[in-house]
Design a binder for this molecule. Structure first.
Ligand code: ADP
Ligand code: MG
Length: 405
């Protein structure tokens, strides 16, 4: 099959060169003229099922990708924070930890700087650091390159300053950085996935209380593959539409007199829609409610199927999830619909868009033996429609954030 975005290896070999250039330790030594105190990695993620549910206190089911953000980091005690990324233009960004303030720019560096800010806001004594970052997580593809950056920074500082945070604790810090420092209103799924996923598993996460279960998801032993198809498009519509969907969900919950849509069981959906209609709710609000309640149920359905060892039967549930995202929540786009259509026509078991929508990526569940054919069919459909070639790779369920050395 076409491997257009190469995942990199694990272990000591990964400390040397990696796709995109030298690894973080080499970059660190070159920049700062000494060895780092340590090197850490945190993955991007893809969500198998459960979309727009994390902003409604519901269930999600992400898995970590083999692609990681890596950080070589040393402590400082003089209040200086130096940040560098191999992957973006511009040099070292130098800041003072006691002058960090939300929404004050800094471009990409706001993600790691926001983590330092959030840690200090939470009372953790982070007195400065030198940081060199590299990442193989595709940016802006809905695969959470931003959460990988936050999580790897939080884990490195946690270890170096002995802060004693666990995975969910790191995720809360990363989300705080993204929501309140960078100013992106995301849910907690991305940071939890990057911090808490384990190899060979999908993460069943309850975003209300952050309780979680590692669900065995060993595709290879079942002769299956999960493809990620990065459409390489991002429609401008995205930001406003995301906020509008969230507001619509909140309005639905308010009209139903419940704290969040998580509190509406699937069995009560029909009655709730009648209540909403009687209350004069917007038709779009009713559709958003339908999607969120349905996707929470689909997470439960997929988990029951995985626990029963019937992974193939999850395919139709993915298809139904896509239909709901396209028709009820209306966050798909022609490129994502084309991936799902072309993959299914070529014999996939099921497919859906994943992430916020309006571009980004889709997941395709497929027999391992048919993965090449399906990937080619999707690429050909893109070419025929005049779209740029998509990036396609295997979503091997990989490890969450960890120290490499
Ligand atoms: P996603 O998280 O889906 O990839 P986002 O828009 O949330 O997309 O985050 C992308 C942003 O994260 C980039 O615009 C950049 O600011 C930052 N980022 C991601 N990877 C890197 C990297 N390797 N180096 C520097 N900044 C990065
Ligand atoms: Mg992001």
């Amino acid at each position: 099959m076409t491997q257009t975005t190469a995942p990199h290896g694990h272990g000591s070999a990964a400390l040397a060169a990696e796709p995109g250039g030298p690894g973080p330790a080499a970059v660190f030594a070159e920049l700062y003229g000494r060895e780092p105190d340590g090197v850490w990695a945190a993955p991007g993620r893809v969500n198998l099922i459960g979309e727009y549910t994390d902003v409604n206190d519901g269930f999600v089911m992400p898995l970590a990708l083999p692609h990681t953000a890596r950080a070589a980091v040393s402590r400082r005690y003089d209040g200086v924070l130096r940040l560098y990324s191999r992957d973006v233009p511009g040099g070292v960004v130098s800041l003072r930890v006691d002058e960090l303030a939300p929404h004050s720019g800094h471009g990409w560096a706001a993600y790691p700087a926001g983590v330092v800010w959030a840690l200090r806001e939470a009372g953790h004594p982070v007195t400065g650091a030198d940081v060199a970052l590299t990442s193989t997580v595709p940016t802006g593809a809905g695969l959470s390159s931003s959460a990988a950056l936050e999580t790897v920074t939080a884990l490195a500082l946690n270890d170096l300053f002995g802060l004693g945070l666990d995975g969910p604790g790191l995720a809360v810090i990363g989300r705080r950085a993204e929501n309140d420092f960078v100013g992106v209103p995301c849910g907690i799924m991305d940071q939890m996935a990057s911090a808490c996923c384990t190899e060979g598993h999908a993460l069943h996460l309850d975003t209300r209380d952050l309780s979680l279960r590692q669900v065995p998801f060993d595709l290879a032993s079942q002769g299956l593959t999960l493809l990620v198809v990065d459409t390489r498009v991002e429609h401008a519509l995205g930001d406003g539409a995301y906020a509008e969907r969230r507001a619509g969900c909140e309005e639905g919950a308010r009209l139903l007199g419940i704290p969040t849509l998580r509190d509406l069981p699937y069995e009560n959906l029909a009655a709730a829609l009648t209540t909403l209609a009687d209350a004069g709710a917007d038709e779009s609000v009713m559709r958003y409610v339908t999607h969120v309640v349905g996707d929470n149920r689909r997470v439960e359905q997929v988990i029951a199927l995985l626990d029963a060892g019937d992974v193939r039967a999850a395919g139709p549930v993915l298809n139904e999830g896509h239909r709901s995202l396209r028709d009820d929540l209306r966050v798909s786009c022609p490129e994502l619909d084309l991936v799902v259509e072309a993959a299914n026509a070529a014999g996939a078991l099921g497919a859906r868009m994943t992430g916020g929508g309006f571009g980004g990526s889709a997941v395709v569940l497929v027999e391992e033996a048919a993965a090449g054919t399906v990937a080619e069919a999707v690429s050909e459909a893109f070419a025929a429609a005049g779209h740029a070639a998509p990036g396609i790779f295997d979503a091997v369920p990989s490890a969450g954030a960890r120290r490499l050395r």
